[in-house]
Ligand binder design. Structure first.
Ligand SMILES: [Zn+2]
Length: 431
């Protein structure tokens, strides 16, 4: 029985060992599963964080790229308007988004600027009067001077046709101050003007920007105004006698809108010179009525913001002792004093004088104008070029009107635009 006894002892031992192993296995399984679950959940947490971080970084980079694209497009608009330094500054302005792509954009502008050369060709200045908007009125039976309008005026349609042709020819509107420096003593020096190849500067002025009653009924604008978009717009009486607001009834809104669409037509925001004739009022407002003068001043300030410069076109715009072969110092003085009294408070000071009838004053009369601060003396002359005369510059201008398009057609076609593509067929026969 000892065997049996042994056997039974052996069996008991074996059973105990099995139980122990089972317990051990159970313990191992439970701890490792627990550990696994614990580790897994820790890993998951970490992954989630990583994913969140990656996602946030991707979003941030996306936002940075949006900003880059925005800046690059703004800068390229600046470059088309000849604001080179400003474009470079803008591209570099945000260190948070400055990367290789931005660097290469900066380099493009810098290389472009390095290639610019000072302009050395002719300096052209063209001028207009306020536009004929309704030829049927201007040239009609009730017009106050159909012949004069046919000679010295430009129609709205002609003006709108000229702008794209002038731009095609490479013309870019500039300011006189882009060509000359004037120091505190009044000394004038020429300045270098850097334009891209194929571009040429163009000065533009508009004479007699006032709207007397005769013009209002003859198909010209009646006045300028600031519209709801803070733009300068014209008010005009249509052929039915009804006043309407129009952005194509005068040079100013037409040019403003054209440059918005074609920034390359304006060098650093330059537009043109607004020549005010005192006795004609200021853009449709009477400078001697305080409430009207206040409106005119607001319009003038807004036009200046838009790039227009205000200049003197005399107070009287009269001949005889004022502006003619027989001008007298007394006449010129009287005129200038009236302009300074009534008009300068509205439009501000200017160093540009547009001579009525293009009369070039002589001797002490010319000197008087310089002494009064009018450094730039603008006349009418289709061939000559600006000339520095002592402390002044005599600047010729070309009238792009019916007279010149008829009498000097070949020259205008060669230098500015194909007259046949511009000329308004609604004009009466020229004679
Ligand atoms: Zn004039």
């Amino acid at each position: 029985m000892s065997i049996g006894g042994n056997m039974s002892k052996k069996t008991k031992n074996t059973q105990r060992q099995v139980a122990l192993i089972i317990v051990l296995i159970f313990l191992i399984i439970t701890t490792s599963v627990g550990g696994f679950i614990f580790i897994k959940s820790e890993l998951d947490k970490k992954n989630n964080n990583n994913n969140n971080n990656n996602q946030a970084e991707i979003e941030k980079e996306k936002a940075r790229e949006v900003k880059r694209v925005e800046l690059i497009s703004k800068a390229s608009l600046m470059v088309s308007g000849y604001y080179y330094e400003e474009a470079i500054e803008l591209l570099k302005s945000n260190s948070d988004i400055y990367n290789d792509k931005m660097k290469s954009e900066v380099k493009k502008v810098e290389d472009f600027v390095a290639d610019l050369e000072p302009y050395t060709g002719r300096i052209e200045q063209v001028f207009f009067h306020t536009l004929i908007v309704y030829p049927e009125l201007a040239f009609g039976p009730n017009s106050s001077q159909p012949q004069g309008y046919n000679y010295w005026m430009t129609t709205q349609l002609e003006f709108q046709r000229m702008l794209p042709l002038l731009m095609e020819k490479g013309y870019v509107l500039i300011r006189i101050s882009d060509l000359y420096d004037v120091d505190a003593q009044g000394n004038v020096t020429e300045k270098e003007l850097y334009l891209p190849q194929g571009k040429r500067p163009l000065l533009m002025s508009v004479d007699n920007v006032g709207y007397p009653e005769s013009r209002k009924k003859d198909g010209f604008a009646s006045r300028l105004m600031i519209d709801d978009n803070n733009e300068i717009t014209a008010v005009i009486r249509n052929p039915k006698g009804v006043e309407i607001v129009s952005r194509t009834a005068e040079i100013f809104p037409i040019v403003d809108d054209f440059i918005k669409a074609h920034p390359e037509f304006s060098y650093r925001g330059a537009k043109g010179m607004v020549g005010i004739t005192g006795s004609w009022g200021v853009m449709g407002y009477d400078p001697k009525i305080a409430s009207e003068a206040a409106i005119a001043k607001k319009i003038a300030n807004r036009l200046k913001e838009l790039g227009w410069d205000f200049v003197s076109h005399s107070y009287t715009h009269a001949d005889g002792k004022y502006f003619s072969e027989n001008s007298t110092l007394e006449g010129v003085k009287e005129d200038t004093e009236l302009f300074k009294k009534w008009i300068v408070p509205i439009i501000g000071d200017s160093n540009v004088f547009i001579a009525p009838f293009g009369v070039t004053l002589k001797g002490e009369l010319y000197q008087y104008m310089i002494d009064e601060g009018y450094t730039f003396y603008l006349t009418v002359d289709r061939r000559s070029q600006p000339k520095i005369l002592g402390k002044s510059v005599l600047m010729p201008r070309i009238n792009l009107d019916g007279f010149v398009m008829n009498r000097d057609k070949a020259y205008i076609t060669e230098h500015f635009f194909d007259v046949d593509k511009v000329y308004d067929s609604r004009r009466p026969v020229f004679q």
